[in-house]
Design a protein around this ligand. Structure first.
Ligand code: FES
Ligand code: FES
Length: 211
């Protein structure tokens, strides 16, 4: 992580924080067998062969062209990336919390699978369909998981919520009638420091009845 990225990660602005929480309230999270990125590819690309490149990423069905270093993570592009037209990518729903693949706050879908965006290099995400919490709803129609999180008030501070919503969607896409045990297992890759787990599990159960 560059010095600039470190400063940015430490200085989450009030605007970004509020926006992220807002996104959490209309979306939500879940992720068990979360992928943590392609480490072999990452090693190969940081081996000196490619230091930086202009790449295209398909995010929420929109193509973004961004300049990245070999070490740039997908999460960094989502939150702080600037496309070659000079526009901010500005998809701050995925949160930078632990930055080490432990909390699930940065969970996104990559080709439908939940992935920790802090553990995936941006270069490795090329050619894959990336879906962030901002892309979960169908236009103005919230996803059943998002509706259920609101119904069950399944959040407190909301910081973990986007990750839980994305993981929940991934879980229900794989198994739309999970047992409580399967829900817990499916969301075991996400952490809520406010302890809203019972409400989250109830929300996923409710959402499953609509899917
Ligand atoms: S910020 Fe990626 S897993 Fe915690
Ligand atoms: S609602 Fe605060 S960390 Fe989960």
């Amino acid at each position: 992580m560059s010095e600039k990225e470190k400063k940015q990660s430490k200085n989450i602005s009030r605007r970004s924080f509020i926006k992220g929480v807002g996104t959490g309230t209309v979306a939500a999270t879940v992720a068990p067998a979360i992928l943590v990125g392609n480490e072999k590819t990452a090693e190969a690309q940081t081996d000196g062969a490619v230091d930086s490149a202009k790449i295209q990423l398909n995010i929420n069905e929109q193509v973004y062209e961004v300049d990245v270093e070999a070490r740039t993570t997908l999460l960094s592009v989502l939150r702080d990336g600037i496309d070659t037209a000079g526009d901010n990518v500005d998809l701050t729903g995925a949160k930078l919390i632990c930055d080490r693949g432990e909390c699930g706050g940065c969970t996104v879908l990559v080709d439908g699978k939940p992935v920790y965006a802090c553990m995936m290099l941006a270069m490795d995400a090329q050619g894959q369909q990336i879906t962030t919490v901002e892309g979960i709803a169908d236009g103005n129609n919230l996803h059943p998981v998002q509706e259920a999180f609101i119904k069950h008030d399944a959040l407190m501070c909301g910081f973990c919520t986007p990750g839980f919503i994305v993981s929940s969607v991934a879980l229900l896409n794989e198994n739309n009638k999970p047992t409580i045990a399967e829900i817990k297992e499916g969301l075991s890759g996400n952490t809520c420091r406010c302890g809203t787990y019972p409400f989250i599990f109830d929300a996923v159960e409710t959402a499953s009845q609509k899917m």
